[in-house]
Design a protein around this ligand. Sequence first.
Ligand code: DAK
Length: 269
Amino acid sequence: MDWGSYATLSLEQDGDALIVTVNRPEALNALANQVVDDLLELTGRLEGIGRDADWPVRGIVLTGAGAKAFVAGADIREMDGMDPATAEAYGRRMHQVTLRLEELPVPVIAAVNGFALGGGCELALACDFIYASADASFGQPEVALGLVPGFGGSVRLQQRVGAGQARELIFTGRRIDARHAHGIGLVNRVFDDAAALMDGARATIAELARVSPTAVANAKRTMHRVQGLGVAEGLEVEAESFREAFTTEDSAVGRAAFVAKERAAFPGR
Ligand code: DAK
């Protein structure tokens, strides 16, 4: 698959993992317009994963270049010249990036080494889960700039950590470290350093490569669809997804392998 080439993103395929690195270390990987354009282009291409049973990768790791930051937020210098209409358009383009990440048929892991602030924390929240190095720090400091979260933080932070914790973080603009973020459920796992962080993310994708890709895609889609629904409505969606799983070759292969006491070789359709 041709992933394209980008001014502000570096891509590396490592076995079943696609490692995507936001590459503007001189500005702590801040989300300049060019980064947003590149993320839009890339996520557009990634939508093709799994089509026609072609699974070139089984998971994506999103990270930031350099030792200091995942992404230190929206690019504050570029924001300086924005009027309300341009600001809204900028926010909506990033909304599209985050929605596409959620719609991808493979899991996306945010590997946060250093600062994930404002738009950076929001970008991480659009990933399926967040791994962090011990020196990572998180925050939504928009109020300190007279702003409010604009890339999905008002919605996704509450979904991830609950309304009370999200309000405290957003209203104070406070920064929290990786251990604290782990304690409130923002971060799934904390690693000693950047190398261990990337190894951990790759190991999880290797684990994903052993199960059915159609089932993982179905589970991801279902979990997003049920978010915000009541229990009864959610169970309706789940029933449809469960039915759909039975239409896949993967489910037939998986069940047959279990009965034969063999390891399933999933065809990915
Ligand atoms: N934008 C642009 N440049 C940034 C940047 C940012 N967010 N963060 C860092 N840089 C640049 C610095 O200006 C500096 O550049 P030079 O001076 O070397 O040219 C370089 O990166 C290194 O940064 P520092 O020298 O400041 O490094 P330190 O280690 O001393 O400090 C820091 C690291 C992360 C604590 C500090 O850089 C910092 O406070 N950065 C800003 C963090 C922040 O407030 N981020 C923005 C959060 S608010 C919207 C939608 C969404 C948003 C806004 C609008 N609309 C819909 C309109 C989102 C807003 C946010 O993300």
